[in-house]
Write a protein that binds this ligand. Structure first.
Ligand code: C2E
Ligand code: CA
Ligand code: CA
Length: 712
């Protein structure tokens, strides 16, 4: 057995491009026939190759490969010893990754079969032909180098594939006679396993429909399309099997194959969903908000346009006196009430209907697919009844009613806002008629609403232009007929000269809030007028100025302060001012009214109850408030000829006097009424019979003719 480790300095040819950096290949020769070995040695030297070593044993050849790292092994197939050439070649190629060329004299089939299985890099027949050997060596080195490069490149790609953050699948199309077929998973990277929590074995080799049961056909169709066209696609989809949203990018790297990169966008999607939910829902009740409600209405309009006899109804519901509930029970209880009301509404309608909260205490119900307008009204009434049952909030029972406006579709609507507005107008009409009413919209309501709106605009302009003037109606002593004071009554002198009576604009001013600046103007103007008269015709004679205060004016928190300021600015004595408020103003907010009345009383300002007898208050109730005067409503005076009315007037006068109040009878139109009232002991009177409301100049004339002041 020979074994040489040779470090021969090689001369001769150094083949270019052999991948060894230009040096000669170092070759290990494994040959147990000495002659052949020597012959080979000579040939190698002649070819310019280096002999890295020489051995006759397979075992030694393996060891030498390990220590000498030759570039190539020339291996005799038949070796004596415990390891023959085929076995040794097998180990060398596998463990040392060194290419082996077999040397053989025989070509017996069995041996060649064995040798072939080791995938050698070539065969060289003995006796060795020099050219043949050189070709075999060059080819083997080239092949090995190429394989190495390929392996390295594959390794690089594999690393990239495994290290990718995005999940990646390589799929092979499994066509079907019909439909998009299925896809077999050829590869799945670790990111895919991590993302889906699926083991490699549960994925690779399986069909995509097995990996993801219940996969939407959309996936298979899209991937099939990618294979067919070679075009890459991007799509986003929900994968119910994993409860995940994916952003997928697919392309076809080879015929019949498709590679899919997947990004888990579940978090982002949920974020978007949460945002969308918040954008379209009310946080307190979880109901759709105004925006979503308008969208649903738009769809109903659209449906009605496409389908004949499609009936829908829109309800606008406003809880009556919700502010009062909020104020008396607190905001938390108010919120709870709204939530409870929302629940009741939701339960009263079907799944396909929409219940939305569109404002503080405003709800909208959209009823769809209803059989007839009659059906809608039945549901509306049921909703109203449902809300009538008591609510328990904050441990207390409370009863509420709601005003309901209904629009019955289909009508020719373009915009959902218009429909909603009409429902709101109908609700406003219901509210104006009292609590807990239902009104169905008709176009005349809109006309009226428009007129009110126009009126509001005009009022605002009129106020800016100073178009509001005061007329004064004398209030006189029924016994002496001397003038004792006046009531200031506002008129609107429009630019065309028309004088508009307050009945036509005070309600609109009250509703729009314009009554506040208007009332301030009236108060200042009347105080100023009285100042002028005192400096003139009146002197120090007893005389008062009555000014009307509406509910909204009276409810201003700083009312007393405002009045103090007006009196001070105009230098008017507080006792000359009498404020007229109606009983309902006191009845609605008795708690807040009391301190205001006391404050005014302390100032010296006097208080009169206007239109007495038209409300529901009783004198015993009014008794609690600091009041100076009762004004018996015109209705009782004009009906005094009837016995019943006369009796009422008499008892009111008697009771008022017993409580220490003055009594003024308003609307005296005849001498008979005057005499009658005087006979009943009524103190003061006011009416067309004595004098109409009139401009300042006329009033001054009257005061000149009939000087004020009397001894009664
Ligand atoms: P009111 O306070 O009850 O005022 C009395 C109304 O009765 C006045 O109507 C007056 O012109 C009318 N009147 C007086 N004597 C007679 C009569 O013998 N026969 C008849 N048929 N009517 C008579 P006017 O001026 O149209 O005022 C209507 C209402 O407008 C007032 O009712 C008052 O509630 C309100 N108003 C008037 N001016 C003001 C104001 O400056 N501020 C506020 N808040 N309300 C005002
Ligand atoms: Ca009045
Ligand atoms: Ca009155």
């Amino acid at each position: 057995m020979i074994a040489h480790s040779l470090d021969t300095t090689c001369a001769g040819l150094t083949p270019e491009g052999n991948g060894l950096g230009g040096r000669s290949p170092r070759i290990l020769v494994v040959e147990d026939e000495r002659i052949v070995a020597l012959d080979l040695k000579a040939i190698l030297r002649h070819l310019g190759y280096c002999l890295a070593g020489l051995t006759s044993s397979g075992t030694e050849a393996v060891e030498m490969c390990d220590s000498l790292r030759p570039d190539l092994v020339l291996m005799d197939i038949f070796l004596t010893g415990e390891m023959d050439g085929v076995e040794a070649a097998c180990v060398i190629q596998r463990e040392c990754n060194i290419p082996v060329i077999y040397l053989t004299a025989h070509t017996d089939k069995v041996t060649l079969q064995r040798a072939k299985r080791t995938a050698p890099y070539g065969y060289v027949l003995k006796p060795v032909d020099e050219d043949w050997l050189r070709t075999a060596v060059e080819v083997a080195l080239f092949k090995h180098r190429t394989e190495q490069e390929l392996r390295r490149s594959e390794q690089r790609y594999r690393q990239l594939f495994s290290g990718m953050l995005n999940a990646f699948l390589l799929l092979s199309h499994v066509p079907a006679p019909a439909g998009p077929g299925d896809f077999q998973v050829l590869e799945a990277n670790p990111a895919f396993e991590r993302m889906t929590a699926l083991a490699h074995d549960a994925v690779v080799g399986r069909l995509l429909t097995e990996v993801f049961p219940g996969l939407e056909p959309f996936w298979l169709e899209t991937l099939c399309e990618t294979v067919r066209t070679g075009r890459s696609v991007r799509f986003e989809n929900f994968l119910s099997a994993r409860n995940m949203y994916f952003l997928a990018q697919a392309y076809s790297p080879a015929p019949g194959q498709v590679a899919v990169a997947l990004e888990d966008v579940t978090e982002r999607k949920h974020g978007e969903e949460r945002l969308r939910y918040r954008t379209f829902h009310d946080a307190l009740t979880g109901l759709p908000n105004r925006a979503l409600c308008l969208d649903r209405i738009a769809r109903a309009i659209e449906r009605a346009r496409r389908r004949a006899n499609y009936v829908y109804a829109l309800l606008f519901l406003d809880i009556d006196r919700f502010k009062l509930i909020n104020a008396s029970l607190g905001h938390l209880a108010g919120d709870e009430l709204l939530r409870r009301a929302a629940d009741r509404l939701r339960r009263e309608v079907r799944q396909l209907d929409t219940v939305a909260r569109v404002g503080g205490d405003e709800f909208v119900v959209l009823l769809e697919e209803i059989a007839s307008p009659g059906d809608a009204l039945r549901i509306v009434k049921a909703i109203r009844e449902r809300l009538r049952a008591p609510f328990t909030v904050g441990g207390r029972q409370c009863y509420v009613t709601a005003s309901l406006g209904v629009v019955l579709g289909p009508a020719d609507y373009e915009r959902p806002e218009e429909l909603l507005q009409n429902a709101t107008i109908a609700m406003g009409n219901a509210r104006a008629a009292g609590s807990g009413r239902v009104r169905v919209f008709d176009w005349s309501m809109r006309e009226r609403a428009k007129r009110v709106m126009d009126l509001e605009t005009d009022l605002r302009l009129g106020l800016d232009r100073g178009e509001f003037v005061l007329h004064y109606q004398p209030i006189f002593c029924l016994r002496s007929l001397a003038t004792r004071g006046v009531e200031a009554l506002v008129r609107w002198r429009r630019r065309d000269g028309e004088l508009v009576p307050p009945g036509e604009f005070i309600p609109a001013a009250e509703q729009s809030g314009l009554i506040i600046p208007l009332g301030a103007h009236v108060l200042a103007e009347s105080c100023r007028a009285l100042g002028r008269w005192r400096r003139g015709v009146l002197g120090k004679a007893p005389f008062f100025m009555s000014v009307n205060l509406s509910a909204r004016q009276f409810s201003q928190p700083d009312l007393v302060k405002q009045i103090v300021t007006a009196l001070r600015n105009e230098g008017m004595a507080p006792t000359d001012l009498k404020l007229e408020i109606t009983e309902s103003v006191l009845m609605e907010h008795p708690e807040s009214a009391m301190p205001k009345l006391r404050g005014l009383r302390e100032l010296g300002v006097r208080i009169g109850i206007d239109d007495f007898g038209t409300g529901y208050s009783s004198l015993s109730y009014l008794q609690r408030f600091p009041i100076d005067t009762l004004k018996v409503d015109r209705a009782f005076v004009s009906g005094m000829e009837e016995h019943g009315n006369r009796a009422i007037v008499r008892s009111v006068i008697g009771l008022a006097h017993s409580l220490g109040y003055d009594v003024v009878a308003e609307g005296i139109e005849t001498a008979a009424q005057l005499t009658d009232l005087a006979g009943l002991g009524c103190d003061l009177g006011q009416g067309f019979h004595y004098a109409r409301p009139q401009p300042e100049a006329d009033l001054l004339g009257l005061l000149g003719r009939m000087p004020p002041g009397c001894s009664c």
